[in-house]
Design a binder for this molecule. Structure first.
Ligand SMILES: [Zn+2]
Length: 155
């Protein structure tokens, strides 16, 4: 469903078919590839971009979990036009939660654990840069783990 890095390099973009678990979302979105080596992904009004790390570090299920996270940013960034740091943090948690609920919670958790490995491999300067835009990855993992426990207790 997701092409590999070699295929994507040929035309620098691919279409991804978003189908949510509840069937309410059924939509093709063009995903752009950027060759920035230390870049996983981003999403916003202009669309979704993925980089080399997206292909090199993640398996297909986790790639899909990333795309759902970015889909949230793409669809809902209008909610936070000029947001402050705190709301940006919650915006990240909500994007994770969206990926967990609309797609798959275990894939979302696995994806976050790989992001954690990547984060741990960064130098201090890169870590500070990451933390300006994202909540600590351990907090993101904790939130999704708590959500998973809640969902399991409900069954
Ligand atoms: Zn995000």
């Amino acid at each position: 469903m997701i092409p590999d890095l070699e295929q994507v390099r040929i035309d620098k973009a691919f279409d991804f078919h978003f189908i949510s678990k509840d069937g309410k979302i059924n939509k093709y979105v063009r995903i752009k590839f950027t060759e920035e080596p230390k870049f996983i992904s981003d999403g916003g009004i202009k669309g979704i971009n993925v980089g080399k790390l997206f292909f090199e570090k993640f398996q297909e299920k986790e790639q899909i979990a990333i795309l759902w996270h970015e889909y949230y940013h793409k669809e809902f960034s209008w909610i936070f036009p000029n947001c402050n740091f705190l709301s940006k943090l919650f915006y990240e948690y909500w994007a994770d939660k969206y990926s967990a609920i609309k797609n798959n919670i275990n894939d979302c958790l696995n994806m976050l654990n790989i992001v954690k490995e990547i984060y741990n491999s960064l130098d201090n300067k890169e870590k500070r840069k990451y933390l300006k835009k994202h909540p600590p990855i351990s907090c993101r993992i904790k939130r999704i783990q708590e959500l998973k426990e809640k969902m399991e207790n409900r069954k």
